[in-house]
Ligand binder design. Structure first.
Ligand code: 5AD
Length: 365
């Protein structure tokens, strides 16, 4: 198989086998890597325009019942001081997103399924829906029952993000404690679809033991799940976690993981076409000045600027090097608009930015 021949058929929208996906991810040199990014960016520009959709990110609680080996807010990390934003604080952040013209918000938290939490999220959704802004609401609160997903959908959320973290069961098992079941995670994603959400998932890139073949299988998984949204980024060791202790960064590794993440974005765009793909904060953690911009130029079309209060930012560190720890939401916004302009992209304001794929998927049913 010739790299450029496969790239050419990928750009034309032909079906790629898993080995062909792996071949693209494995671009052999700088020239082929650039050709990959450029092809993906052309497809992104054709399908989504030179436009970036914004979602205001509200990290509303870091209380978590899970113990994922990689995550800084895992239950057993006693160095973290735990918080849940008050309803007023959350509404204030959502209103700020509305005023900024972001058009949509993402409510993200640690995972809980107790009745008080389920009620609280439902109440947040009802209250945000009553604000004088048209805000598309995305939830990212982990694995829940179908009943909970249905309640939250009914209360006004329209999208849900739940990363599979790795579609390889072997890797999934290696990065989670025994009570986190791969089959359950997949079943939760199915429930999210059943509840009628625009459904997003994704993986971490550069995990210990993860190969290019594994990452190609991840993209094949996105395709087989018929997802609407993809959010993925480099694995970044967090020092107070089991994986952070066992796999500390060696020099050069963060940049390698960033590069591999950009390749994943590009190939995902070429294979999945009309989905929303986020240029995630983890890209920016490794390259603060250009990480997310490089993500857009590799084919992503969504950015999630933080609209939460600075006071809680430092307590929501899933990984080391989280950017903008002391930057208020307004500064974040202004910097982002300027940096998008610099790369010839425009932020889309006052639109919820639904993934085209969702409508294509629903219409084809
Ligand atoms: N490095 C990179 N991403 C991480 N996440 C959690 N911990 C880390 C880490 N150490 C990601 C997971 C999770 C999302 C909210 O954050 O993929 O689904």
């Amino acid at each position: 198989m010739d790299f450029y021949a496969v790239l050419h058929s990928a750009e034309a929208g032909e079906f790629l086998s898993v080995p062909e996906i792996a071949l693209l991810l494995d671009a052999p040199d700088a020239a082929s890597e650039n050709a990959l990014f450029e092809a993906a960016y052309r497809v992104k520009s054709r399908i989504c325009g030179k436009i970036v959709n914004l979602r205001g990110l509200i990290e509303f609680s870091n209380i978590c019942t899970r113990n994922c080996f990689y995550c800084g807010i895992r239950k057993s990390n006693h160095k973290v001081s735990r918080y849940t934003m008050s309803m007023e604080e959350i509404l204030h952040s959502a209103a700020l997103a509305g005023e900024f013209g972001y058009g949509s918000v993402v409510l993200q938290s640690g995972e809980r399924s107790d009745p008080a939490f389920v009620d609280f999220v439902e109440e947040i959704l009802c209250r945000i829906s009553q604000l004088p802004y048209e805000l598309g609401i995305t939830l990212s609160c982990g694995e829940e029952s179908l009943e909970t997903y249905r309640r939250w959908k009914k209360a006004g959320a329209r999208r849900y993000l739940l990363r599979i973290e790795s579609a390889s069961e072997k890797i999934f098992k290696a990065i989670h404690p025994a009570d986190a079941l791969y089959s359950e995670r997949r079943a939760a994603l199915e429930r999210i679809k059943t509840a009628g959400f625009q459904t997003g998932s994704g993986v971490m890139i550069g995990l210990p033991g993860q190969t290019v073949a594994d990452l190609a299988a991840d993209i094949d998984f996105f395709r087989s799940m018929d997802l609407d949204m993809i959010g993925m980024g480099p694995f970044i060791p967090q020092e107070d976690t089991p994986m952070g202790e066992k796999f500390p960064d060696q020099p050069g590794m963060p940049e390698k993981r960033l590069e591999l993440s950009l390749r994943m974005i590009a190939v995902t765009r070429l294979v999945l076409r009309d989905v929303n793909i986020a240029a995630t904060t983890a890209l920016q953690a490794i390259d603060p000045e250009n990480g997310r911009e490089r993500g857009i130029l590799a084919g992503a079309n969504v950015i999630m600027p933080n609209v939460g209060d600075i006071a809680h930012r430092k307590d929501y560190q899933l990984y080391n090097g989280k950017p903008s720890l002391d930057e208020n939401s307004e500064d974040i916004r202004n910097k982002l608009i300027a940096s998008l302009e610099r790369i010839g992209e425009t932020a889309r304001f006052n639109a919820s930015g639904d993934p085209l794929h969702f409508f294509n998927r629903v219409q084809n049913k």
